[in-house]
Design a protein around this ligand. Structure first.
Ligand SMILES: Nc1ncnc2c1ncn2[C@@H]1O[C@H](COP(=O)(O)OP(=O)(O)O)[C@@H](O)[C@H]1O
Ligand SMILES: NC(=O)OP(=O)(O)O
Length: 312
């Protein structure tokens, strides 16, 4: 059956610098084009944590240097990250399509996502961005740049920014029109540029929306059948990393809610994915969500691997 599928790409699909990104995206394009070749309509969402952190730090450092480049506001850095990642992704997918004899237009839509400027998330920064640093480097960044830094699961220190929930997608009609006309669209990159409504204006606000929540939102708005969240693991586990770890092939809404309450999914990594999958599943009967790895996405949609969220 032909499905309308929103695919959310995790950090392992993109890499840490432009060279790595170009190379990784060639690999990322293959499972995406597999889905397109099977006749599915595919909409692509990607993360931007490492990239928006890199861009913002570079712009801020340059503006404070002898070269005195202009201060670049955070929402503009988010827009730059969408352009930078979208540029590589659309070319990678385009090339893979042409290699397989398919001439299908691919485009990135710079996408703004409406948030509530009074979202409580603005008072507690939780979203890790940029690179990992040592404790000493983190302390220097706190005192020199005023950043909020946290220790991230034993992997080092990372800057954190606010992460409000997505309410609506400003460019949803444009995305819908492109999808209906057979275009492959990359949208809500990095969760979308967070904006709030002020009369007729959309005003950017410094934050990074979680791309898992944003992908569930655009999937709902586009009336998609399927949300596929691709990450570094083939399945979701309970008791992850413990001796009694159990990998799950399917999850009902009731089971997912119970496991969330029992604390099986790590905050900032697996938890938003499970919450986003659950939200999409519950938004309309018949909708399905899958969490699996990039490499296994074809098998995942064929039903032979991954964690499938279904209402029974
Ligand atoms: N319960 C769990 N089941 C599976 N993976 C988990 C679980 N809890 C945490 N993880 C970790 O979460 C990671 C995915 O989160 P993250 O790396 O932040 O995602 P992204 O692909 O969006 O960059 C997995 O690779 C895994 O290491
Ligand atoms: N915006 C966002 O969720 O990015 P990451 O997936 O890179 O954390």
């Amino acid at each position: 059956m032909k499905n309308k599928i929103v695919v959310a790409l995790g950090g392992n699909a993109l890499g840490k610098n432009p060279d790595e990104q170009v190379q990784l995206v060639k690999h990322t394009a293959k499972p995406i084009v597999d889905l397109i070749a099977e006749g599915h309509e595919v909409i692509i969402v990607h993360g931007n944590g490492p990239q928006v952190g890199m861009i913002n730090l570079a712009m801020s450092t340059a503006s404070q240097s002898e070269f005195k480049t202009p201060e670049m506001p955070f929402p503009e850095c988010g827009a730059m990250s969408q352009g930078y990642i979208g540029y590589h992704l659309q070319n990678g997918i385009r090339e893979e399509l042409l290699n397989r004899g398919m001439s299908i237009p691919v485009a990135t839509v710079i996408t703004q996502v409406i948030v509530d400027k009074n979202d409580p998330a603005f008072t507690t920064p939780t979203k890790p961005i940029g690179a990992f640093y040592s404790k000493e480097e983190a302390e220097e960044m706190i005192s020199e740049k005023g950043y909020n830094m946290i220790e991230d699961a034993g992997r080092g220190y990372r800057r954190v920014v606010a992460s409000p929930l997505p309410i609506d997608v400003a460019e949803k009609e444009t995305v819908k029109t492109l999808v209906e006309n057979g275009h492959v669209v990359i949208t809500v990159g990095g969760g979308g540029i967070p904006v709030y409504r002020d009369g007729n204006a959309l005003v950017g606000i410094p934050a990074v929306i979680d791309k898992d929540f944003a992908s569930a939102k655009i999937a709902e708005l586009l009336n998609a059948d399927y949300l596929i969240i691709l990450t570094a693991v083939e399945k979701v586990a309970i008791n992850f990393g413990k001796p009694e770890e159990k990998w799950l092939s399917s999850l009902s809404a009731e089971e997912a809610e119970r496991y969330i309450a029992e604390g099986h999914f790590a905050q900032g990594s697996m938890l938003p994915k499970v919450q986003a999958a659950l939200k999409f599943l519950k938004s309309k009967p018949g909708r399905k969500a899958l969490i699996t790895s990039l490499e296994k996405s074809k098998e995942g949609i064929e039903g032979t691997t991954g964690t499938l969220f279904v209402n029974n």
